[in-house]
Design a binder for this molecule. Structure first.
Ligand SMILES: Cc1ncc(COP(=O)(O)O)c(C=O)c1O
Length: 383
């Protein structure tokens, strides 16, 4: 691998094929995928129906150019807006979660004419653009962990200058799997709207059933005007979406917005997203994901009860984590899991193991993980 740029950690270079929650290396060894790639394959790898839809669209037309959206793009837009509860809204398909969030934030700023946005300090808003490096003239950052009383915490927030509340419902790595309290979120959304602003939901990670509901904002009494979707929307294929209510779309279009990139509204990405949504609905995967997520969290809680080196088991739906106590490091357990055939994730800053498996994972694989964690933690406790 002399020609792959090392801009991130590389651990293994011979994965050759995958099916559902199993990934196989060149020697045929099976690994259980507890990370869904990068939290993308919510319906498991190589889903036969999604693969068929991709092949069908490939035979027709993969790419048309942004001036020529097809009936497939309209169908996919309708499907996305329907699951978001924005049936008469509008939608544009893009390529990555970062791009979708960036588009939504820029769209909101154009609509409101106010460059200042509020978001939580713990939000991750993508790898580039305004959400990547959050400058003080564009972002008012609120540390919700330091907010005991919402009224007190919001005193001094310049709501008259804030155009947008960018709400990331707790799915990112930098947030450490902690979910902002509903009273605070609802109070911010209400005050931003009262002052003529709008709410953008970043559902890149928390969308598509990941939190046990279709979208993370559905755990709150908040209705976004604009939402960014990615990751699970393509089940591993790079398609994302920026969706908005009819009112927001009309206001945005009236600003004369022009936004063009090469793969905007590609029929191939749209065929993938449309089929992913159909499979989700027909299979009841949001509800099934919530049920297996509850079972998974119970397993993690049992592990926590047995070992003092585990500080907390927490999560929502299929966004799950195990926070460890020093001297045990999450990186060490993560490597132990990988050596034993489990692909998990970890965050040094929270000393936390992360589990974001496909919603299609079976109970037997969950039990296998618990058995393996048990062995690794017993060793860490010295037998
Ligand atoms: C909450 C959140 N927003 C945005 C992104 C960016 O998505 P992408 O990596 O597809 O650009 C991520 C990626 O992990 C994320 O977790």
């Amino acid at each position: 691998m002399r020609h792959i740029l090392e801009c991130h950690e590389i651990l293994k270079t011979d994965f050759t094929r995958a099916r559902n929650c199993s990934v196989f290396d060149s020697e045929g060894r099976r690994y259980i995928d507890l990370e869904s790639g990068t939290w993308c394959t919510a319906l498991g790898h190589g889903h036969p129906r999604i693969n068929r839809a991709i092949r069908r669209q490939l035979r027709l037309i993969a790419h048309t150019g942004y001036r020529y959206p097809t009936a497939m793009v309209e169908d996919a837009a309708r499907a996305v807006l329907d699951i978001l509860g924005m049936a008469d809204g509008r939608c544009v398909f893009l390529c990555s979660g970062s791009e979708a969030v960036e588009f939504c934030v820029q769209a909101a700023r154009r609509i409101t004419g106010r460059p200042l946005s509020l978001t939580f300090k713990s939000s991750f808003l993508g790898s580039f653009g305004s959400g990547g490096a959050k400058s003080a003239d564009e972002w008012h950052l609120l540390d919700w962990n330091a907010c005991a009383d919402p009224d007190e915490c919001l005193r001094g927030v310049p709501f008259d200058r804030i155009g947008t509340f960018v709400f990331e419902p707790g799915g990112s790595g930098i947030g450490g799997l902690q979910f902002p309290p509903a009273v605070l979120v609802e109070s911010i959304a209400a005050r931003v709207k009262e002052a003529g602003g709008i709410v953008v939901a970043n559902e890149v990670t928390t969308g598509m059933g990941r939190t046990g509901r279709w979208f993370g904002f559905q755990h709150y009494g908040v209705r976004p005007d604009i939402a960014a979707l990615g990751k699970g929307l393509g089940n591993g294929y790079p398609v994302s979406a920026a969706a908005m209510t009819r009112e927001a779309a009309e206001m945005l279009e009236a600003t004369g917005l022009r936004y063009v990139q090469s793969h905007q509204n590609d029929p191939l990405g749209c065929a993938t997203a449309r089929e992913v949504i159909a499979v989700f609905k027909e299979g009841g995967w949001v509800e099934r994901g919530a049920a297996i997520g509850a079972h998974f969290l119970d397993g993690l809680k049992e592990v926590k009860e047995r070992y003092s080196l585990v500080k907390e088991a927490r999560g929502r739906g299929m966004l799950l984590g195990l926070e460890l106590r020093p001297p045990l490091r999450a990186a060490r357990v993560f490597r132990g899991l990988l050596d034993r055939g489990f692909i998990a994730n970890y965050y040094d800053s929270f000393n936390m193991l992360r589990f974001d498996p496909p919603l299609t994972i079976g109970r037997r694989d969950v039990e296998r993980l618990m058995g393996c964690l048990d062995g690794l933690l017993r060793d860490a406790h010295g037998g």
